[in-house]
Design a protein around this ligand. Structure first.
Ligand code: FAD
Length: 155
């Protein structure tokens, strides 16, 4: 059975890009082996993560993640059977806004203009993650296009 799990949490310290890279490295290795896809969002010390895959694999992974000392206060926002994946191409992609988020994006998903993923409804969390993933993909494509050809071939 295919399930989607979304949770929010708060990092226990102010994490650096390097710290996030470490988390992603083990996520991509472990999730790839278990056919779990999803997206990990990080900004203002909040995490919002979607895990999609076989029910037991997702349960086991979430239990492991929830015990990780790098974050706390895990709030389960959504857990349900789904007919298809929202993020089928990503073993675990990530979107981070280290410089803070765009105010318009925050306002779009909040009543108060303050980013509060712990208050997200399942519908909001799905829509928010889909939107930031699209922004991230567009930014990635724009960066690729702006690279000189020689550099692209050397990558
Ligand atoms: P390693 O990654 O090699 O880590 C070994 C042990 O060291 C683990 O117990 C780990 O918790 C601990 N550890 C490593 N670095 C640190 C550190 N800097 N501070 C404190 N403890 C540390 N794992 C997944 O498999 N899939 C996911 O999608 C996923 N998402 C995550 C999202 C968040 C927000 C966080 C905080 C962690 C996530 N993790 C994820 C990591 C997960 O919690 C485990 O650390 C990881 O799955 C263990 O993988 P590993 O056995 O390959 O060990």
């Amino acid at each position: 059975m295919l399930v989607r799990l979304i949770y929010a949490s708060y990092s226990t310290t102010d994490l650096s890009k390097q710290d996030i890279k470490h988390i992603l490295r083990s996520s991509q290795k472990n999730n790839g082996e278990k056919r779990i896809s999803g997206v990990l969002f990080y900004s203002d010390r909040y995490f919002l993560q979607c895990l999609e895959g076989e029910r037991h694999a997702v349960n086991e992974t979430y239990l492991r993640i929830s015990l990780d000392p790098r974050h706390a206060k895990c709030v389960l926002i959504e857990y349900r059977a789904v007919p298809s994946r929202l993020f089928p191409r990503w073993a675990m992609e990530h979107v981070s806004f280290f410089g803070g988020m765009d105010n318009e994006l925050i306002l779009k998903y909040s009543e108060t203009g303050v980013f509060q993923p712990f208050q997200f409804t399942p519908h909001q969390a799905n829509a928010f993650l889909a939107e930031v993933a699209t922004i991230s993909e567009q930014l990635g494509q724009a960066l690729e296009r702006s690279k000189p050809k020689l550099q692209l071939e050397m990558d």
